[in-house]
Write a protein that binds this ligand. Structure first.
Ligand SMILES: [Zn+2]
Length: 131
């Protein structure tokens, strides 16, 4: 388990993770989560600036913070949940979920959905044989 990288994701992106969130995905997806958090951090920065002077009757004004509240793997898919999100943030998350759908959750190499002890997981050929 790459706990260092998990901690780095939380500490490098304070806007995404103002509160502690456990990153409940396999090591193979951590780089993807890092990359995605980086993109979200930039977009949150921008969105927060817009909120300082919100346009009239903009619903986003009522949400003071965009933050990631959960990162996990569910039904062999990467799930990143935010407290609230703009369309741009949803797109970044969708892209990451799509990438994860062909990425081995153990090592990050190309993989496909497979059944592992009754659980659906994305695994490469190597890890499909091992687990
Ligand atoms: Zn693998």
């Amino acid at each position: 388990m790459q706990q260092d990288l998990r901690r780095k994701i939380i500490s490098d992106f304070p806007l995404c993770y103002p509160n502690y969130v456990s990153i409940d995905v396999g090591d193979g997806w951590l780089n993807l989560v890092y990359e995605t958090s980086y993109k979200l951090e930039e977009v949150i920065k921008k969105a927060n600036l817009e909120i300082v002077e919100p346009p009239e009757d903009d619903d986003l004004f009522y949400f003071s913070s965009f933050e990631v509240i959960q990162v996990k793997s569910k039904y062999a898919g990467l799930r990143i949940y935010m407290s609230t999100e703009t369309e741009e943030m949803s797109k970044i998350i969708e892209e990451a979920e799509l990438k994860a759908s062909t990425m081995c959750e153990f090592c990050g190499e190309e993989g496909r959905m497979t059944k592992n002890h009754g659980w659906l997981t994305i695994l490469c050929n190597l890890h499909d044989k091992e687990v």
